[in-house]
Design a protein around this ligand. Structure first.
Ligand code: BT5
Length: 318
Protein backbone atom coordinates (compact mmCIF):
# COMPACT_ATOMS: atom_id res chain seq x y z
CA UNK A 1 0.00 0.00 0.00
CA UNK A 2 2.88 2.34 0.90
CA UNK A 3 4.19 1.80 -2.63
CA UNK A 4 0.76 2.52 -4.15
CA UNK A 5 0.46 5.78 -2.21
CA UNK A 6 3.85 7.03 -3.35
CA UNK A 7 3.19 5.94 -6.94
CA UNK A 8 -0.11 7.83 -7.02
CA UNK A 9 1.67 10.95 -5.77
CA UNK A 10 4.53 10.54 -8.26
CA UNK A 11 2.01 10.00 -11.08
CA UNK A 12 0.22 13.24 -10.32
CA UNK A 13 3.52 15.12 -10.84
CA UNK A 14 3.18 18.81 -10.09
CA UNK A 15 -0.57 18.58 -9.54
CA UNK A 16 -2.14 18.03 -6.18
CA UNK A 17 -4.01 14.82 -5.49
CA UNK A 18 -6.68 15.03 -2.82
CA UNK A 19 -6.96 12.72 0.16
CA UNK A 20 -10.44 11.82 -1.04
CA UNK A 21 -9.24 10.81 -4.50
CA UNK A 22 -6.37 8.78 -3.03
CA UNK A 23 -8.71 7.05 -0.64
CA UNK A 24 -11.15 6.21 -3.47
CA UNK A 25 -8.45 5.02 -5.88
CA UNK A 26 -6.65 2.90 -3.33
CA UNK A 27 -9.68 1.71 -1.39
CA UNK A 28 -8.44 2.74 2.06
CA UNK A 29 -9.63 5.34 4.56
CA UNK A 30 -8.38 8.93 4.57
CA UNK A 31 -6.85 8.31 8.01
CA UNK A 32 -4.89 5.40 6.55
CA UNK A 33 -3.70 7.65 3.70
CA UNK A 34 -2.63 10.27 6.20
CA UNK A 35 -0.64 7.67 8.18
CA UNK A 36 1.14 6.54 5.03
CA UNK A 37 1.96 10.13 4.08
CA UNK A 38 3.49 10.72 7.51
CA UNK A 39 5.54 7.54 7.30
CA UNK A 40 6.79 8.60 3.84
CA UNK A 41 7.75 12.01 5.21
CA UNK A 42 9.80 10.28 7.90
CA UNK A 43 11.60 8.34 5.19
CA UNK A 44 12.60 11.66 3.64
CA UNK A 45 9.90 12.33 1.03
CA UNK A 46 9.08 16.02 1.06
CA UNK A 47 5.31 15.83 0.64
CA UNK A 48 3.44 19.09 0.68
CA UNK A 49 -0.16 19.15 1.90
CA UNK A 50 -2.48 22.07 1.21
CA UNK A 51 -5.96 22.42 2.64
CA UNK A 52 -8.71 21.57 0.11
CA UNK A 53 -6.14 20.67 -2.55
CA UNK A 54 -4.43 17.61 -1.19
CA UNK A 55 -0.92 16.27 -1.48
CA UNK A 56 1.98 16.62 -3.88
CA UNK A 57 5.73 16.17 -3.87
CA UNK A 58 7.37 19.48 -3.01
CA UNK A 59 10.63 18.40 -4.63
CA UNK A 60 11.95 15.47 -6.55
CA UNK A 61 12.85 12.83 -3.95
CA UNK A 62 16.09 12.15 -5.72
CA UNK A 63 18.25 11.08 -2.86
CA UNK A 64 16.24 8.18 -1.54
CA UNK A 65 17.37 4.87 -2.92
CA UNK A 66 13.95 3.25 -2.67
CA UNK A 67 12.39 1.04 -5.27
CA UNK A 68 9.84 3.73 -6.25
CA UNK A 69 12.51 6.33 -6.90
CA UNK A 70 14.80 4.17 -8.93
CA UNK A 71 12.54 1.71 -10.73
CA UNK A 72 9.84 4.30 -11.52
CA UNK A 73 9.99 4.94 -15.29
CA UNK A 74 13.39 3.24 -15.46
CA UNK A 75 13.85 2.44 -19.15
CA UNK A 76 15.43 -0.98 -18.65
CA UNK A 77 14.01 -4.41 -19.35
CA UNK A 78 15.07 -6.13 -16.14
CA UNK A 79 18.09 -4.51 -14.47
CA UNK A 80 16.89 -2.58 -11.39
CA UNK A 81 13.22 -3.39 -11.95
CA UNK A 82 13.13 -5.02 -8.53
CA UNK A 83 14.90 -3.29 -5.66
CA UNK A 84 15.25 -4.39 -2.06
CA UNK A 85 16.23 -1.42 0.10
CA UNK A 86 17.56 -1.67 3.67
CA UNK A 87 18.49 0.94 6.24
CA UNK A 88 21.21 -1.30 7.54
CA UNK A 89 22.53 -4.77 6.77
CA UNK A 90 25.76 -6.76 7.23
CA UNK A 91 26.72 -6.88 3.57
CA UNK A 92 24.48 -6.47 0.52
CA UNK A 93 26.59 -9.13 -1.24
CA UNK A 94 25.96 -11.64 1.55
CA UNK A 95 22.23 -10.90 1.52
CA UNK A 96 22.16 -11.20 -2.29
CA UNK A 97 23.75 -14.64 -1.97
CA UNK A 98 21.09 -15.70 0.55
CA UNK A 99 18.29 -14.89 -1.87
CA UNK A 100 20.17 -15.41 -5.16
CA UNK A 101 18.45 -18.67 -6.06
CA UNK A 102 14.98 -17.33 -5.35
CA UNK A 103 14.80 -13.99 -7.15
CA UNK A 104 14.72 -12.80 -10.75
CA UNK A 105 17.90 -11.75 -12.52
CA UNK A 106 18.27 -7.98 -12.38
CA UNK A 107 17.26 -7.68 -8.71
CA UNK A 108 19.21 -4.98 -6.91
CA UNK A 109 19.91 -4.96 -3.16
CA UNK A 110 20.74 -1.54 -1.71
CA UNK A 111 21.50 -0.57 1.88
CA UNK A 112 22.07 2.85 3.43
CA UNK A 113 24.67 1.29 5.71
CA UNK A 114 26.69 -1.93 5.89
CA UNK A 115 28.07 -3.20 9.17
CA UNK A 116 30.23 -5.87 7.50
CA UNK A 117 30.93 -4.42 4.05
CA UNK A 118 33.41 -6.62 2.21
CA UNK A 119 36.20 -6.08 -0.27
CA UNK A 120 38.13 -8.83 -2.02
CA UNK A 121 40.18 -11.47 -0.16
CA UNK A 122 38.46 -10.87 3.17
CA UNK A 123 39.23 -7.15 3.27
CA UNK A 124 36.67 -4.78 4.71
CA UNK A 125 34.76 -2.05 2.91
CA UNK A 126 33.80 1.09 4.86
CA UNK A 127 30.12 1.75 4.32
CA UNK A 128 28.76 4.40 6.66
CA UNK A 129 25.10 5.32 6.73
CA UNK A 130 23.98 7.52 3.84
CA UNK A 131 27.59 8.17 2.77
CA UNK A 132 27.50 6.22 -0.43
CA UNK A 133 25.81 3.73 -2.69
CA UNK A 134 26.27 0.24 -1.31
CA UNK A 135 24.54 -2.13 -3.67
CA UNK A 136 24.59 -5.65 -5.10
CA UNK A 137 23.14 -6.71 -8.41
CA UNK A 138 21.98 -10.30 -8.87
CA UNK A 139 22.20 -11.62 -12.43
CA UNK A 140 21.53 -15.05 -13.87
CA UNK A 141 23.23 -15.33 -17.24
CA UNK A 142 23.27 -18.63 -19.09
CA UNK A 143 27.04 -18.73 -19.50
CA UNK A 144 29.93 -20.99 -18.59
CA UNK A 145 31.42 -20.02 -15.22
CA UNK A 146 34.78 -19.08 -16.79
CA UNK A 147 33.03 -16.17 -18.53
CA UNK A 148 31.92 -14.61 -15.23
CA UNK A 149 35.04 -12.55 -14.30
CA UNK A 150 34.58 -10.42 -17.42
CA UNK A 151 31.38 -9.11 -15.81
CA UNK A 152 33.53 -7.15 -13.34
CA UNK A 153 34.79 -5.20 -16.36
CA UNK A 154 31.23 -4.82 -17.67
CA UNK A 155 30.25 -3.35 -14.29
CA UNK A 156 33.31 -1.06 -14.20
CA UNK A 157 32.62 0.19 -17.73
CA UNK A 158 28.97 0.80 -16.78
CA UNK A 159 30.01 2.93 -13.83
CA UNK A 160 32.36 4.95 -16.03
CA UNK A 161 29.52 5.55 -18.50
CA UNK A 162 26.95 6.30 -15.79
CA UNK A 163 29.18 8.89 -14.11
CA UNK A 164 30.23 10.35 -17.43
CA UNK A 165 26.53 10.86 -18.34
CA UNK A 166 26.28 12.89 -15.14
CA UNK A 167 29.41 14.94 -15.85
CA UNK A 168 32.12 13.07 -13.91
CA UNK A 169 35.17 11.57 -15.67
CA UNK A 170 36.64 8.59 -13.85
CA UNK A 171 39.25 5.96 -14.68
CA UNK A 172 39.35 2.20 -14.15
CA UNK A 173 42.26 0.68 -12.29
CA UNK A 174 42.11 -2.88 -13.59
CA UNK A 175 40.33 -4.98 -12.58
CA UNK A 176 37.92 -3.58 -10.01
CA UNK A 177 38.70 -0.05 -8.83
CA UNK A 178 37.24 3.19 -10.11
CA UNK A 179 39.51 6.18 -9.65
CA UNK A 180 38.74 9.89 -9.45
CA UNK A 181 41.62 12.39 -9.21
CA UNK A 182 44.04 9.53 -8.44
CA UNK A 183 42.00 8.19 -5.54
CA UNK A 184 39.60 5.27 -5.18
CA UNK A 185 35.98 6.29 -5.38
CA UNK A 186 34.46 2.90 -6.06
CA UNK A 187 35.24 -0.79 -5.69
CA UNK A 188 33.61 -3.82 -7.27
CA UNK A 189 33.35 -7.31 -5.78
CA UNK A 190 31.99 -10.04 -8.06
CA UNK A 191 30.93 -13.32 -6.48
CA UNK A 192 29.80 -16.44 -8.28
CA UNK A 193 27.53 -19.35 -7.44
CA UNK A 194 28.02 -22.06 -10.04
CA UNK A 195 28.25 -25.72 -10.87
CA UNK A 196 30.96 -27.04 -13.18
CA UNK A 197 29.26 -25.92 -16.36
CA UNK A 198 26.44 -23.71 -15.23
CA UNK A 199 26.12 -20.40 -13.44
CA UNK A 200 23.38 -20.32 -10.79
CA UNK A 201 23.74 -16.62 -10.20
CA UNK A 202 26.35 -13.90 -10.03
CA UNK A 203 26.42 -11.10 -7.48
CA UNK A 204 28.10 -7.87 -8.50
CA UNK A 205 28.73 -5.75 -5.40
CA UNK A 206 29.45 -2.09 -5.94
CA UNK A 207 30.44 0.51 -3.39
CA UNK A 208 30.58 4.15 -4.50
CA UNK A 209 31.65 6.88 -2.07
CA UNK A 210 29.30 9.82 -2.50
CA UNK A 211 29.18 12.08 0.55
CA UNK A 212 32.09 10.97 2.74
CA UNK A 213 34.30 13.91 3.74
CA UNK A 214 36.37 12.23 6.47
CA UNK A 215 37.75 8.79 5.74
CA UNK A 216 39.30 6.62 8.47
CA UNK A 217 43.08 7.05 8.79
CA UNK A 218 43.96 3.77 7.11
CA UNK A 219 42.35 4.81 3.81
CA UNK A 220 42.56 8.61 4.06
CA UNK A 221 45.38 8.88 1.53
CA UNK A 222 43.85 6.65 -1.10
CA UNK A 223 40.06 7.11 -0.92
CA UNK A 224 37.79 9.89 -2.07
CA UNK A 225 34.12 10.66 -2.64
CA UNK A 226 32.12 12.64 -5.19
CA UNK A 227 31.36 15.38 -2.65
CA UNK A 228 35.02 15.58 -1.64
CA UNK A 229 35.94 16.22 -5.27
CA UNK A 230 33.25 18.86 -5.61
CA UNK A 231 30.50 16.88 -7.37
CA UNK A 232 27.00 17.00 -5.88
CA UNK A 233 25.03 14.39 -7.74
CA UNK A 234 21.95 12.52 -6.64
CA UNK A 235 22.56 8.92 -5.64
CA UNK A 236 19.30 7.81 -7.26
CA UNK A 237 20.40 9.31 -10.61
CA UNK A 238 23.67 7.39 -10.42
CA UNK A 239 21.92 4.10 -9.68
CA UNK A 240 19.45 4.70 -12.53
CA UNK A 241 22.21 5.55 -15.00
CA UNK A 242 24.18 2.51 -13.86
CA UNK A 243 21.17 0.21 -14.49
CA UNK A 244 20.70 1.62 -17.99
CA UNK A 245 24.37 1.40 -18.97
CA UNK A 246 24.88 -2.02 -17.38
CA UNK A 247 21.91 -3.54 -19.18
CA UNK A 248 23.25 -2.39 -22.57
CA UNK A 249 26.76 -3.79 -22.08
CA UNK A 250 25.52 -6.90 -20.27
CA UNK A 251 23.06 -7.85 -23.02
CA UNK A 252 25.75 -7.27 -25.63
CA UNK A 253 28.14 -9.59 -23.81
CA UNK A 254 25.67 -12.33 -22.88
CA UNK A 255 23.51 -12.41 -25.99
CA UNK A 256 25.95 -11.42 -28.75
CA UNK A 257 29.30 -12.24 -27.16
CA UNK A 258 30.17 -8.58 -27.69
CA UNK A 259 33.15 -7.70 -25.51
CA UNK A 260 34.39 -4.85 -27.66
CA UNK A 261 32.07 -2.17 -26.30
CA UNK A 262 33.12 -2.94 -22.73
CA UNK A 263 36.80 -3.28 -23.65
CA UNK A 264 36.74 0.00 -25.56
CA UNK A 265 35.53 1.84 -22.45
CA UNK A 266 38.00 0.00 -20.19
CA UNK A 267 40.90 0.85 -22.49
CA UNK A 268 39.93 4.47 -23.10
CA UNK A 269 39.42 5.08 -19.40
CA UNK A 270 42.25 2.96 -18.09
CA UNK A 271 44.31 4.29 -15.18
CA UNK A 272 47.08 1.77 -15.89
CA UNK A 273 47.61 1.18 -19.63
CA UNK A 274 50.87 2.75 -20.75
CA UNK A 275 52.06 3.18 -17.15
CA UNK A 276 54.69 1.58 -14.94
CA UNK A 277 52.81 -0.22 -12.17
CA UNK A 278 53.48 -2.70 -9.41
CA UNK A 279 51.82 -6.08 -9.74
CA UNK A 280 51.26 -7.56 -6.31
CA UNK A 281 50.65 -11.27 -6.04
CA UNK A 282 51.36 -13.79 -3.27
CA UNK A 283 53.19 -11.10 -1.27
CA UNK A 284 55.53 -10.41 -4.20
CA UNK A 285 55.72 -6.98 -5.78
CA UNK A 286 57.08 -6.48 -9.28
CA UNK A 287 57.45 -3.27 -11.27
CA UNK A 288 56.19 -3.78 -14.83
CA UNK A 289 54.83 -1.80 -17.76
CA UNK A 290 51.13 -2.17 -18.54
CA UNK A 291 50.53 -2.57 -22.23
CA UNK A 292 46.91 -3.44 -22.85
CA UNK A 293 43.79 -5.29 -21.76
CA UNK A 294 43.27 -8.23 -24.11
CA UNK A 295 40.04 -9.64 -25.55
CA UNK A 296 39.53 -11.83 -22.47
CA UNK A 297 39.71 -8.85 -20.17
CA UNK A 298 43.17 -9.87 -18.88
CA UNK A 299 45.99 -7.40 -18.35
CA UNK A 300 48.97 -7.57 -20.69
CA UNK A 301 52.23 -6.48 -19.10
CA UNK A 302 55.89 -6.25 -20.06
CA UNK A 303 58.37 -7.40 -17.45
CA UNK A 304 61.77 -5.76 -16.95
CA UNK A 305 63.49 -8.53 -18.91
CA UNK A 306 61.24 -7.81 -21.88
CA UNK A 307 58.91 -10.81 -21.42
CA UNK A 308 55.27 -10.15 -22.23
CA UNK A 309 52.77 -11.75 -19.84
CA UNK A 310 49.03 -12.02 -19.40
CA UNK A 311 47.70 -11.41 -15.88
CA UNK A 312 44.29 -12.84 -15.01
CA UNK A 313 43.88 -11.61 -11.47
CA UNK A 314 45.76 -9.73 -8.82
CA UNK A 315 46.45 -6.33 -7.48
CA UNK A 316 47.85 -3.42 -9.41
CA UNK A 317 49.30 -0.51 -7.52
CA UNK A 318 50.17 2.71 -9.27
C1 BT5 B 1 36.88 -3.72 -3.40
O1 BT5 B 1 37.72 -4.61 -2.80
O2 BT5 B 1 37.21 -2.63 -3.80
C2 BT5 B 1 35.44 -4.19 -3.49
C3 BT5 B 1 34.50 -3.34 -2.67
C4 BT5 B 1 33.06 -3.75 -2.87
C5 BT5 B 1 32.16 -3.04 -1.91
C6 BT5 B 1 30.70 -3.32 -2.21
S1 BT5 B 1 29.64 -2.33 -1.26
C7 BT5 B 1 28.26 -3.28 -1.71
C8 BT5 B 1 28.72 -4.72 -1.75
N1 BT5 B 1 28.57 -5.36 -0.46
C9 BT5 B 1 29.74 -5.69 0.08
O3 BT5 B 1 29.90 -6.23 1.20
N2 BT5 B 1 30.75 -5.34 -0.75
C10 BT5 B 1 30.24 -4.76 -1.97
P1 BT5 B 1 39.31 -4.46 -2.71
O4 BT5 B 1 39.87 -4.23 -4.08
O5 BT5 B 1 39.76 -5.67 -1.97
O6 BT5 B 1 39.54 -3.15 -1.86
C11 BT5 B 1 39.35 -3.14 -0.48
C12 BT5 B 1 40.27 -2.09 0.10
O7 BT5 B 1 39.79 -0.77 -0.26
C13 BT5 B 1 40.34 -2.08 1.61
O8 BT5 B 1 41.31 -2.97 2.08
C14 BT5 B 1 40.70 -0.62 1.93
O9 BT5 B 1 42.09 -0.41 1.78
C15 BT5 B 1 40.00 0.15 0.81
N3 BT5 B 1 38.68 0.66 1.24
C16 BT5 B 1 37.84 0.22 2.21
N4 BT5 B 1 36.72 0.93 2.24
C17 BT5 B 1 36.84 1.89 1.28
C18 BT5 B 1 36.01 2.94 0.82
N5 BT5 B 1 34.78 3.18 1.33
N6 BT5 B 1 36.48 3.72 -0.17
C19 BT5 B 1 37.69 3.52 -0.73
N7 BT5 B 1 38.52 2.54 -0.34
C20 BT5 B 1 38.10 1.72 0.66
Amino acid sequence: MREKVIRAILDSGENFISGEQLSKELGISRTAIWKHINALREEGYNIESVNKKGYRLAEKPDDILSSENISYNLPTEFIGKKIVHFDTIGSTNDYAKEIGNKVRGGTLIISEQQTKGKGRLGRSWKSKSGDGIWMSLIIKPKIDPYKAPFLTLVAGASIVEALSNLGVDVLIKWPNDIILNNKKICGILTELSAEMERVNYIVIGIGINIKTLDFPNEIKEKATSLYKEGYKISRADIVRQFCIEFEKLYKGYILDDDKENTLDICRKHSAVIGKQVYIVKNNKKELVKCIDINENGNLIIKENNGDIKEIMSGEVSI
